[in-house]
Every structure is written in C-alpha cells, then in structure tokens.
Design a protein around this ligand. Sequence first.
Ligand code: NAP
Length: 323
Amino acid sequence: MRAVVCKEYGGPGSLVVEDVEMPEPRQGQVRVAVRAAGVNYVDGLLAYGRYQVKVPPPFVPGSELSGIVDAVGEGVDSVAVGDRVFASLGTGAFAEYVLVNAQSLVPIADSLDFGRAASFHQSYCTAWFAFTRRTSIKVGEWVLVTGAGGGIGLAAIDVARSFGGRVIAVASTAEKRALAIAMGAEATIDSSTEDIKVRARELSNGDGIDVVYDAVGGEVAEAALRALRFDGRFCVIGFTGGIPRVPLNLVLLNNRTVVGVEWGGWVMRNLEENRLLIGEVMDAVAKGQLNPIAPVERPLTEAGFAVAALLERRAAGKIVLVP
Ligand SMILES: NC(=O)c1ccc[n+]([C@@H]2O[C@H](COP(=O)([O-])OP(=O)(O)OC[C@H]3O[C@@H](n4cnc5c(N)ncnc54)[C@H](OP(=O)(O)O)[C@@H]3O)[C@@H](O)[C@H]2O)c1
C-alpha cells in the first residue's frame, strides 16, 4: 500500500509517497481503508520536528481520518467490515490503510461525507470542549475568534453560533474573512490592518467581548484580551503566531478569566466523558445545528505542499488528502 513517509524533519520535499507493507490488525485493532485524511497544523509541526512531542523519522504523519473498516483483529465486535468510520490518532493517517484501536473509531453520521468526517473531528471537539466543559456561551454573547479562517477557527465560529453566540472573526486575508462570514460570523476584523481591541469594542456596540477563542497567540492575544468586557473569558487554544506573554493586570482588570483548553490531554484522562462529548457533537451535526465546511481535496503526493500551506499561513479552510 502507499503511504506518505516523513523521511527527515524539514520542508515539503521530505514528505514522500512510498510503497510500504500492508498493516495487519492485532487484537483490538481495526484496519481502515482511508477515504480522506485531514491535514492539521500539528501534523506540520510534527513533520518539521517543531512539535513539543518528537516522533523520530521515518514515520507516516496524519492525525485524523475517515474511511471504511477493511479488516478487524481478534476480539473486535464494536465495528464490522464495511462500516463508515472516523478517528483521531497520533500519526499514520496519510496512507491508503491505517490501523486504529477499535475503541477510537466513531461511526460517521449519514449527513457527513468522508471529506468532512476526516476534517471536523479535532477542530469541532476542541471548540465543543471549550464552550461546554471549560467555559460557556450565553445566547447573545459576543465571541471573538482569532485565526478564524483556519480549521480550528471556522469550527469555533460554527459551534459558538450554534450556542447563540454572536461571532466577530479575526483573520488576515479577504479569503479567510469571507469563509468566516459564510460559516456564520456577523462581522470581521482584518488583523493585518485594523486595531483588534478598538474594532472589537466598536463592533460589540461598545460593550466589549464576552468570550475570546484564541487560536493564534502572539501579539493578537494581548489585543484580544484587552477587548474583553467585565467577567469576560479568554480561551487559550493555539500559538500559530507565537507564545504570548501578557501582563496579569489585564486579567485582574474587569474580573477576566483565562482558560486553558487542551482537548487532547483531557481525552487521555477522560475517555468515557470524551465519548459523551463526541456523541453531543455528532448529535448536533445530525440535527443540522453544526455544518462543517467542505474541505479542499488533494492527493497523497501533495502532502508536503498541504502541510507547508498551513505552516506558512497560506491555507484558508480545511484540506484533506485523498489516497
Ligand atoms: N487547544 C487544543 O486542544 C487544540 C486542538 C487542535 C489544534 N490546536 C491548535 O490550534 C491552532 C490552529 O490550528 P489550525 O489547524 O486551525 O491551523 P490553521 O488552519 O493553519 O489556522 C491557523 C491560523 O493561524 C493564523 N496565523 C497567525 N500567524 C501565523 C503563522 N505565523 N503561521 C501560520 N498561521 C498563523 C492564520 O490566520 P491569519 O492569517 O488570519 O492570522 C491561520 O489561518 C494550532 O496552534 C493548533 O496546534 C489546539
């Protein structure tokens, strides 16, 4: 079978498609014929050796996928050959076939195609976790989403809107802002030309923001924190723009709360609760309350370029690799 192999840490050229041995499922494992694999920022960090966890090359990147159950190992009775499923895993999804623990597989709702199923899991579960387990959104509250044209940001807009939030989207290009509006944002801020704090306060009728969902960090984080109103909450999601250092007096002022959101770390300690969470997300998808964006499809041979597009800030929306 074919798989994308990271031969060494580095640029697009170090991700090459090779023939590798077909994996055989062991006890409790399932082999999935991959139909689509979502490309995430973290896959790029891993392939470039820039993630907090290092995987030594050679390895097959890719951390979320959808597909069809192709073979099951001993003791697996939760899924059967032919089932449509999706899953998240550490690495291995950029391939024609992948082994997944049966417990990690989730059936795909009828309303989801393989592309959306492969690219919504991490982003939607992170947003759902943030807005249901780490903080909450009341109907009519103002939610400021940074990195709004990326995968994590677009999912946050959709989830916040489904809870009745009024979303202001921050993004650096017209294409990304247009996607954010299409996803349900009420207004946008151009982070390359506008003052985020000033514009966010203007757009929220002078009141200020109730909840910030910050996937960018860097200089954007402090501006977004300053835009929060009294009792405002700041969700720390990601650091594509660098790890910010903000003065703590900004947290004291206005009784603000800064909330760390690490969905992946929480999952490892709360497998059962996460199953409930995924069920809640799938239920909302099935009812049409959430509408994940259709991803751009690329072949496995373009894995390196897809990953580079994310790391170099060029990607708008989601990309999936289709074997
Ligand atoms: N906390 C969690 O549980 C969790 C879970 C999954 C992912 N994450 C994190 O969420 C973040 C976003 O992931 P994603 O998949 O949405 O990525 P993405 O699709 O590439 O979007 C990230 C956005 O970050 C902005 N950005 C600002 N400076 C950048 C830079 N120097 N390089 C690249 N992008 C830059 C870009 O928006 P503008 O151009 O508009 O500024 C870009 O669209 C990542 O840090 C990821 O690790 C966190």
